[in-house]
Ligand binder design. Structure first.
Ligand code: NAD
Length: 295
């Protein structure tokens, strides 16, 4: 049983905490929104009024926050975790943030005697609830070995990707593919429908044929084909369009640093920017089909 401090209790963080509790860990929770903490106390999580309280009790910290700026604020602020946590503590950032920012945080953590890993996830809210997330982890091997049994409470595939920042580099590459593939699915499903094909029959074929992919088979953007996906519930997220845009922008920044060519990534970034500018940032990223259908 490990004393874990968990910061960021949103779509992903809350179910991840529930799975840590199921494995009998003591989980001290903190979120900027107090209501997010109250929702987890019934399950046995211990709400903390401040980061200081979390740091006093925990030996392992996990952050699941929207952006790199949020993570930096929690870690390096005047009363941040890197100052408050005991040297030797393990800090696991599972947020999706910029590769460069993650590497910078690794350096600052090392200076504070904190063992850091970047460990972003794939699998969405469904994977977070089921405890079947994929963790892609960057950082020292000894730190990885220490973290693995904890990550196994929340995920089923835990892979050490190598040095600091490599988890984020993997995640950004994955989400570049995901953003592009969702647009491809939206285009194909919309084309078939406009050509007079029943969307359910089109899904039956494509999801078993060479078009199959996560965006189609697990998060179909056409409503009422799959029952438990955002499109069948007014595109309630899920993984928001704002988060997808954030990750696509990070992929484009990362691509520039290594001169990688990503023309479809640039187009996907433009389409998700448009979707967000139309006020749909809080909808699931499968709502991109609204743009495609309207064109
Ligand atoms: P979310 O917006 O639902 O939750 C974020 C939580 O962090 C909120 O409860 C918010 O109040 C809290 N928060 C923000 N700033 C804070 C601060 N300074 N101090 C304390 N709490 C703070 O986000 P999410 O969907 O859970 O995503 C979290 C991270 O996981 C993101 O980086 C996202 O890209 C990544 N991710 C999300 C999904 C998904 O399907 N939602 C999948 C994979 C990865």
């Amino acid at each position: 049983m490990t004393k874990i401090g968990f910061i960021g209790l949103g779509h992903m963080g809350a179910p991840m905490v529930r799975n840590l509790l199921k494995h009998q860990h003591d989980v001290y929770i903190y979120d900027a929104v107090p209501a997010a903490m109250m929702a987890l106390t019934d399950a046995g999580a211990i709400p903390a009024q401040s980061l200081k309280t979390v740091a006093q009790h925990a030996e392992v910290f996990i952050t699941m926050l929207p952006s790199g700026e949020n993570v930096a604020e929690i870690c390096t602020g005047a009363s941040g975790l890197f100052k408050l946590a005991q040297p030797g503590s393990l800090f696991i950032d599972s947020s999706s943030i910029a590769v460069d920012k993650a590497r910078e945080l690794h350096q600052l953590a090392a200076r504070a005697g904190i063992q850091m890993l970047d460990a972003p996830v794939s699998g969405g809210t469904g994977g977070a609830e089921a405890g079947t997330l994929t963790f892609m982890v960057g950082g020292g091997e000894a730190h990885f070995n220490r973290a693995k049994p904890i990550l196994e409470c929340m995920g089923k595939k835990i892979v050490h990707m190598g040095a600091a920042g490599n988890g984020q580099a993997t995640k950004i590459s994955n989400n570049l593919i995901l953003g592009i593939s969702m647009i491809a699915v939206a285009e194909g499903m919309t084309l078939g429908k406009k050509l007079g094909i029943d969307p359910k029959k089109l899904f039956e074929i494509c999801s078993n044929a060479s078009a199959q992919c996560w965006s189609l088979n697990n998060n179909c953007p056409v409503p009422d084909i799959l029952p438990n996906v955002p499109s069948s519930h007014d595109y309630q997220a899920g993984f928001t369009s704002a988060m997808m845009l954030k990750d696509l922008k990070l992929s484009q920044l990362a691509a520039q640093t290594v001169s990688a060519v990503t023309p479809l990534g640039a187009e996907a970034t433009a389409l998700y920017t448009l979707l967000n500018n139309l006020g749909h940032g809080s909808l699931d990223f499968s709502a991109i089909i609204k743009l495609i259908e309207a064109k």
